[in-house]
Write a protein that binds this ligand. Structure first.
Ligand code: MG
Length: 197
């Protein structure tokens, strides 16, 4: 079947150069500056010595070390929660946890670090910021953290007031290298993202 030809009275399609400038689409353009959410990132690090005769608390969970070791410190020495607190404070340039919970203050002796985390979160929220997500990696040769990760994430998420899927907790060994590799201590690195709507 032949192509229909342009009949009399039907204009051929104009070449693109002959087209008038397209009208701007009807999009509402904000009159003032565009309001973007403000974001802040923070990072935290902590390490505590492994010693006999102390409990091993990570992410608020009590773990058993095969060598009978636990973390030494003024509070419960929960390096994971301490690194997170420093990341939260760092995101807003509020200093570090030593400023708020000094180790020479008897109030914090044996303190539950999750309770201290609640105080840091309150500080962040008072300034109008909310936590978008956090991510942490614990550096420990032993014990295996995998069976405890879910409980750690749940405990931290509850204190941060966010969903568990926004709380990353990972574990790695240090391949026998350095102080963590020799099991002289357990360390943790953490990052947080904050948002101000
Ligand atoms: Mg610490």
């Amino acid at each position: 079947m032949p192509e229909p030809s342009t009949g009399p009275g039907e204009a051929a399609a104009p070449s693109p150069s002959a087209l008038p400038a397209a009208a701007a689409p009807a999009v509402a353009v904000p009159s003032g500056p565009v309001q973007m959410p403000q974001l802040r990132i923070g990072n935290g690090y902590d390490i505590h010595r492994l010693v006999p005769g102390r409990a091993l608390i990570l992410g608020g969970q009590r773990l058993e070390h095969p060598g009978g070791l636990g973390l030494d410190g003024h509070s419960d020495a929960d390096v994971l929660v301490h690194a997170l607190m420093d990341a939260l404070l760092g995101a807003l340039s509020l200093g570090d946890i030593g400023r708020y919970f000094p180790p020479d203050d008897l109030r914090w002796k044996g303190a539950d670090s999750l309770a201290l985390l609640e105080q840091v979160v309150a500080l962040v929220q008072q300034r109008g910021w909310t936590v978008v997500n956090v991510d942490a990696v614990v550096v420990a040769e032993r014990p295996k953290l995998r069976p405890h990760i879910a409980a750690m994430r749940a405990a931290i998420a509850a204190r941060l007031g966010i969903e568990e899927e926004r709380v990353g907790v990972k574990a790695t060994t240090n391949e026998g290298l350095g102080p963590t590799g020799r099991e002289e201590g357990i360390a943790c690195h953490a990052v947080v993202l904050l948002q101000q709507p």
